[in-house]
Design a protein around this ligand. Structure first.
Ligand SMILES: [Zn+2]
Ligand SMILES: [Zn+2]
Length: 251
């Protein structure tokens, strides 16, 4: 039994060059984990207009038995290193050349848009992007923050929300292989026909291995300071574990 309120966002399959799962394999993993919807984000550079059409059809045919695979794309841009913009629930194929074009043309056509892993741009995101996307990925379970959200991304969200209170913070998975589940989830407050509309409206909470938090990430400076301190410790443990794993693998 899956929970229609429980979802994962920022997910790749083998339609991305670095993804492993087929869409049916991903759907099966979700059924086992009780996940009702998936906000997919394949690398746009790996697809084209005709492959996109096939992909959308494949998402529809792999959906069912309690799981909705929602097609979407992850865009990158020449001259903007690390700035990856996610469009979930995309109605048609797009090839934006610049972040401004993404905001103008892609965002109005998508169910939900996000700035992925802000750590990759050193937490610098152009104002036009902050003004035009729905969400910041304050926790990206693949990059810097397997265990805990990214405090600097949370600060960036707080700054952006001063200008645009509707912007939300999201815990993304950035999953490329469903065998490796880092367990970040979004859970809607109530069942809704369009889960992406619920995310856009902030009617959800973020869940992870160590904590849960609201889309505004309404923490004061004390809580953020604590998060920063704990993260230092966790990051060290993570690096040690990675080193140990590499050593055991003989690399
Ligand atoms: Zn990315
Ligand atoms: Zn990604």
């Amino acid at each position: 039994m899956t929970d229609p309120r429980l979802g994962i966002v920022h997910v790749h399959t083998h339609w991305s060059h670095d993804g492993r799962d087929s869409l049916p394999e991903l759907a099966l993993a979700c059924r086992r984990r009780g996940i009702g919807f998936v906000g997919l984000t394949e690398h746009a550079e790996d697809l084209d207009a005709s492959r996109w059409g096939e992909y959308v059809a494949a998402c529809a045919s792999a959906s069912g038995e309690g799981v909705r695979l929602i097609p979407g794309l992850e865009f990158r841009f020449a001259g903007h290193k690390g700035l990856h913009l996610l469009a979930l629930g995309l109605a048609r194929w797009h090839e934006p050349a610049t972040p401004a074009e993404f905001v103008e043309r892609v965002a109005p056509d998508a169910g939900f848009t996000m700035v992925a892993h802000p750590v990759l741009t050193g937490h610098r995101v152009p104002d036009e992007v902050l003004a035009g996307v729905d969400a910041l990925e304050v926790w990206n379970a693949a990059y810097n923050t397997r265990w805990l959200p990214d405090p600097r991304a949370v600060e960036l969200l707080h700054q952006a929300r001063r200008r645009r209170p509707a912007m939300v913070g999201v815990a993304g998975l950035d999953q490329h292989d469903s065998r490796n589940d880092r367990e970040t989830r979004v859970r809607l407050l109530a069942e809704e026909a369009d889960p992406l509309a619920a995310l856009r409206g902030g009617r959800f909470e973020n869940l992870g291995r160590t904590m849960r938090f609201d889309p505004a990430v309404s923490w004061g400076p004390a809580r953020l300071g604590t998060l920063r301190a704990i993260r230092l410790v966790y990051d060290r443990i993570e690096r040690t574990q990675d080193r140990l794993a590499r050593w055991l693998a003989g690399r």
